[in-house]
Design a protein around this ligand. Structure first.
Ligand code: SF4
Length: 381
């Protein structure tokens, strides 16, 4: 079997070139052809020696993922469903805005974390994607969009690892993909514009800060452990104080001086003023140790199996006003692409659950979400 060159960051490609008896610098030329120019045919790579092209044809290939569907939202959002084999499919979403183009990339076929409000989590988990499968989403989208939009230069300025899967549970494949995104010979994206979103895999947050610090977003969703346990099961392993302490340490190497906390607004579950007040207390305790953050409130995109409802606008605004009054930068995410089910939390792909996560969540679903009364604390605003 020949090697898919999308599986390598530049260093990996240099090692591969050496294994073919070639100089390391050939990897830079090859990397540019593939990632900057979107080429997959070695014969078109005109400044490579013919002897190298022949070796590459024997030992390597550049393979895109087969596309199962492509949907265009009326707001400009585009969603692709890619076939990753063995009956699994993953989704990738492009979100254009005035000043940026953001690609939301999947890292796993399904997800084992099983967050209650997440459509992917309800599908269960099949497998980790390879580096090539992660990078192929960017490689295809960038070069497709240049053609589709008749845009000669880079279209995708931001990447968020927020599609299907928990990226930090696929760490070994994730890091080379991130490095290729950041590499000036690859996509040349700024560290500040590449975001890894995690539900809180604490040990891997510290490894990411050492190996490839990029912007970090953390799915918080609850201001106390009992409530977060019921929404993000990983919290039972890595509870809030441990997670927030790790976020504080991450800031020592992060390209941004804040962590983004994602908070999905669920009607009657985590969206009350008392929750916002408790959240302020929680973050203030960690701010004393150096934690800096922004909040991004996410309108929930309901799906039947979740048994959850979207908070109404007034409740979201009220929640946001508590955070804002406490001095925290707080935004409410604009829903994009919901006419094509591309909005946050709606990505479900098509996954064969091979670890029975879906049935575990189904059992949880039978249990109504408990209301966890929280102490009303007065906060100083
Ligand atoms: S929110 Fe993220 S971590 Fe949680 S189930 Fe969905 S994909 Fe997995």
């Amino acid at each position: 079997m020949t090697a898919n060159l999308l599986d390598f960051d530049l260093e990996g490609l240099a090692v591969f070139c050496e294994s073919l008896g070639e100089k390391r610098f050939r990897a830079t030329q090859l990397f540019r052809w593939i990632h900057q120019r979107g080429m997959s045919n070695f014969d078109d790579m005109s400044d490579l020696a013919k002897s190298l092209r022949e070796k590459l044809k024997l030992h390597a290939h550049v393979a895109a993922l087969p596309i199962l569907s492509q949907q265009f939202s009326k707001d400009g959002t585009i969603k692709w469903l890619f076939d990753v084999g063995r009956g699994d499919a993953v989704e990738t979403v492009f979100i254009p805005e005035d000043d940026r183009g953001t690609l939301c990339i999947s890292s796993q076929a399904g997800c084992a974390v099983g967050c209650r409000f997440c459509s992917t989590g309800h599908q269960g988990f099949s497998r980790n994607l390879s580096t090539a499968e992660i990078l192929a989403q960017l490689w295809f989208a960038e070069h497709f969009l240049r053609q589709h939009l008749s845009h000669p230069d880079r279209v995708i300025s931001n990447v968020v690892m927020m599609g299907m899967g928990e990226p930090l549970q696929n760490y070994n494949a994730l890091v080379p993909a991130l490095k290729a995104m950041l590499d000036d010979h690859g996509y040349g994206l700024s560290r500040r514009r590449v975001t890894v979103s995690t539900s809180g895999v604490v040990p891997m947050i510290s490894r990411l800060s050492a190996d490839c610090p990029v912007a970090l977003a953390v799915s918080l969703h609850g201001p106390n452990n009992p409530l977060r346990d019921s929404l993000v099961p990983l919290n039972r392993k890595y509870p809030l104080d441990e997670l927030l302490s790790e976020c504080t340490l991450y800031l020592n190497k992060a390209p941004r001086d804040f962590i983004t906390f994602e908070y999905c607004m669920l009607m009657g579950v985590n969206d009350q003023v008392a929750h916002a007040q408790e959240l302020v207390q929680l973050i203030r305790r960690h701010a004393a140790n150096g934690l800096r953050c922004k909040f991004n409130l996410i309108p929930f995109n309901p799906f039947k199996e979740s048994g959850l409802l979207r908070s109404d606008d007034a409740t979201v605004q009220q929640f946001a006003s508590v955070l804002l009054a406490a001095g925290f930068v707080t935004t409410v995410r604009k829903t994009r692409g919901d006419d094509i089910d591309a909005a946050c939390g709606q990505l479900a792909g098509d996954v064969k659950d091979r670890t029975d996560v879906a049935s575990r969540i189904a059992q949880q679903r039978a249990v109504p979400i408990e209301w966890h009364p929280i102490q009303q604390k007065s906060i100083q605003i």
